[in-house]
Write a protein that binds this ligand. Structure first.
Ligand code: AR6
Length: 189
């Protein structure tokens, strides 16, 4: 698999090109919408690969708790996927950048890591949340996501975090963004 790995605190960040539905990790993250009823893009691919029990589990969550707000996350089993769990999150729709989009995107990553931590999972793979149908500029998404994932690794929310990109071009954008990330603030700040 084409990719890179970087040590972050006690953990590691991987940047890879892959179909996220094929990854053997404890959890894959789904870039869902608030209805959790499936959709296109990575959401559709995850539902197809997990089988119909995933939709039933998602609809039950929405029946009990209502639609999933943007920036929040919830976990289900992975059913027919190689990953044991799916963490569903909702990224922001890009509306020009003045509507809190970066902090909502950071929240989607952070809340997904917190959901993984609550289940004591070690390895989590993310797609490029909001970078498809939701139209988030990829370079800003990469910087926002990578800063949040770096902090999550330093906070020991997971041990192995994978950014699963869908093209060599995307991998390169994310690799450059990782290299250009400003240093992390010292612990305690
Ligand atoms: N593995 C990894 N990445 C993928 C895969 C895959 N199998 N398929 C697509 N991507 P999107 P969003 C990449 O549109 O922007 C859905 O309909 C894709 O190239 O899936 O958060 C939901 O139901 C892109 O870089 O998610 C929502 O309504 C990234 O995944 C809405 O779209 C995210 O693209 C969410 O939009």
């Amino acid at each position: 698999m084409n990719g890179h790995a970087f040590a972050v605190g006690p953990g590691r960040l991987h940047l890879v090109v892959a179909d996220i539905t094929a990854l053997t990790v404890d959890a894959i993250v789904n870039a869902a919408n608030p209805s959790l009823a499936g959709g296109g893009g990575v959401d559709g691919a995850i539902h197809r690969a997990a089988g119909p029990r995933l939709l039933a589990a998602c609809l039950e969550i929405v029946r009990q708790s209502g639609p999933l707000p943007t920036g929040r996350a919830v976990a289900t089993p992975g059913f027919d996927l190689p990953a044991a769990h799916v963490i569903h999150t909702v990224g922001p729709i890009w509306r020009g950048g003045a509507n809190n989009e970066p902090s909502l995107l950071a929240s989607a990553y952070r809340e997904s890591l917190l959901a993984a931590k609550a289940l004591r999972l070690g390895s989590v793979a993310f797609p490029a949340i909001s970078c498809g149908a939701y139209g988030f500029p990829v370079d800003l998404a990469a910087r926002t996501a990578l800063r949040t994932l770096r902090q999550g690794l330093m906070d020991c929310l997971a041990q192995e975090v994978t950014m699963c990109l869908f093209s060599d071009h995307a991998l390169n954008v994310w690799r450059v963004a990782w290299g250009a990330l400003p240093p992390a603030p010292p612990a305690g700040d």
